[in-house]
Design a protein around this ligand. Structure first.
Ligand code: GDP
Length: 350
């Protein structure tokens, strides 16, 4: 009767408490990266970025680019486990009257969150009026072709061994890679991967990146990916700042769990961030003491979204952040997380 219920809720409270403790311990020992390690990785990325700027200015002075810059979790204090990757953003300058963007839902591919960039006014401004016309495929700016331009440069004409020896790093382009990536060994046992990410900022502020759609690549070859990263990261941080919350800690623990367990590799930061943002709309208590409860709730929410096969982007609900997972991947992720609900601590024993 009553006594049993009290006992079991007491036991549940104790289990919660220990999950709470274990999450914080996991956070301290596995998730969080020592400041010094982060600083070394940032230094290495910055050195490479500086070399590339010099090289591109000298070699291709008329390529219309804005200044390249580094970004990603390493710069937002959201990287976990090891300081091992960063993105080098390469913003292309497009002539406003020559290019326009078409949302993916208005195209035959019908994928919200992706865009086509169409060449306009070809009759008045013929091919070659825009520098980026060389990357035009079938009337559209091809992200793949843009990446190839940089690939030729970075993998073909930069003397990385020479630059590496000056900087005291070992640098080599990673081939083949889905995007263009440099591997930088900056200590005997430390490697950093720097991804080149060509970027378009459209007139209305929409950011599009040259990162291909994972599925049916051929059909979707010309699609640019809308990036919500800056806005979603800012929103998460702002919410934490308002109430001293643990959303970023919760995100980092979840990212580490996904990084350390092969069965969860397919879940990325954006999916986790958005699940937490959606949860924040319903759940108010994000105090440090509630970490375990919120972490469990995050797992449950993910299971729910996977069951529905749909995770709306918090900043643009028509975008389905699971649209690049196959049905089988969705099932496997759902199954793994569903099992984890009854043994969440198992996730921390990786
Ligand atoms: P982490 O790699 O899991 O630590 O997560 P990040 O928050 O650093 O996200 C990096 C990933 O997001 C990469 O796969 C990028 O291709 C992708 N991404 C999408 N938009 C952006 C952007 O605006 N900046 C950066 N740095 N990465 C972006």
């Amino acid at each position: 009767g009553g006594c049993g219920a009290t006992q079991s809720s007491l036991m549940r409270a104790r289990m919660r408490l220990s999950l709470q403790e274990r999450l914080w311990e996991f956070y301290q020992t596995r998730v969080n990266i020592p400041a010094e390690e982060q600083a070394m990785a940032r230094r290495a990325a910055l050195d490479i970025c500086a070399e590339l700027r010099v090289f591109l200015h000298a070699k291709l002075p008329d390529m219309p680019l804005r200044e390249m810059y580094l970004s990603g979790s390493l710069y937002d204090d959201l990287q976990v486990v090891t300081a091992d990757h960063a993105q080098l953003m390469v913003p292309l300058i497009l002539e406003k009257n020559l290019w326009s963007s078409i949302p993916g839902e208005d195209t035959i591919m019908n994928v919200p969150g992706f865009w086509l960039v169409r060449r306009e006014n070809l009759e008045y401004f013929p091919r070659s009026s825009s520098y980026w016309d060389r990357c035009m495929v079938g009337g559209y700016l091809s992200p793949k072709s843009v990446l190839e331009v940089f690939e030729k440069l970075v993998a073909g004409s930069i003397n990385w061994p020479a630059i590496g020896s000056v900087l005291d790093y070992i640098i080599r382009p990673v081939v083949p890679s889905e995007t263009l990536t440099l591997e930088v060994q900056y200590e005997t046992d430390r490697k950093l991967y720097v991804d080149f990410l060509p970027l378009l900022v459209m007139e209305d502020g929409t950011s599009l990146i040259a990162k291909p759609h994972r599925l049916s690549a051929e059909r979707n070859e010309n699609l640019w990916r809308q990036s919500f990263r800056v806005a979603e990261t800012a929103r998460l941080r702002a919410l934490d700042q308002e109430d001293g919350g643990c959303r970023c800690t919760c995100l980092k623990v979840a990212k580490a769990v996904c990084k350390l367990s092969p069965a969860l590799h397919r879940l990325n930061s954006s999916q986790l961030t958005n699940t937490i943002l959606l949860l924040s709309e319903k759940e108010g208590d994000w105090t440090q003491e509630a970490l375990a409860d919120r972490f469990l709730q995050l797992l449950r929410a993910l299971v729910g979204h996977l069951e529905a096969g749909r995770l709306p982007c918090a900043l643009s609900p028509k975008v389905n952040l699971f649209c690049e997972l196959t049905e089988q991947e969705v099932d496997e992720l759902g199954y793994t997380l569903y099992c984890a609900l009854s043994d969440p601590e198992g996730l921390l024993r990786t």
